[in-house]
Write a protein that binds this ligand. Sequence first.
Ligand code: PRP
Length: 217
Amino acid sequence: MERIRIALTKGRLEKEAIKIFDGIGVDTSELKDKGRKLVFKSNNFPVEFVLVKAQDVITYVEHGVVDMGIVGKDTILENQTNFYEVVDLSVGKCFFALASLPSFKELPSYHRKIIATKYTKVAHDFFREKGEDVEIIKIEGSVELAPILGLADAIVDIVETGSTLKENGLIIFEKICDISARLIVNKASMKMKKKEVLDIVDRIENYIKQNGGKKVD
Ligand code: PRP
């Protein structure tokens, strides 16, 4: 049996992803006791995990050095995607929104809006769809600061609980789209390691059907 290498997204989605592999009977004990290790083996399944940043999950899957990965739809939407998106895992649910200070609604319609975001492609696609020309400024984190400091008129950002917006006096003006974690597969792996890949995909699909959307503690 061919070994399958899987990239998981560090951070928010990490626990959810590990829970899914536990749920399909793959031993994940090395992932739960990481230390400084970067590659984690399973004791009962021919799989190997790496734990990396969201953007890197896509890079490794696209280049085929890992066969599959778990990553948020937000990161997928922000990239050109050259892989198969096979399962909506129904975890890591949040959404993209256009948000700002309440005074945003008073801007005259002829004003060319300045939008701050970490997700420039998502923001660009959203305004292009609306037929609106805006200036987009890339911010790496804590984007909520941009309208508060006067750098931007509004932000395009991820909303999960809504508390970051609320605590900073911002409100949602438009919901852009829903986000959740997805299972993605390298195109060549889907052909060359079809049996092993589809075995994992099927197990995960069944697990999600039975437990879909349940949040881990
Ligand atoms: C994300 C997002 C918001 C926040 C939303 O940031 O950019 O700031 O989470 O979550 P909430 O609706 O539950 O408050 P993240 O924590 O990933 O960090 P970042 O600002 O550095 O991107």
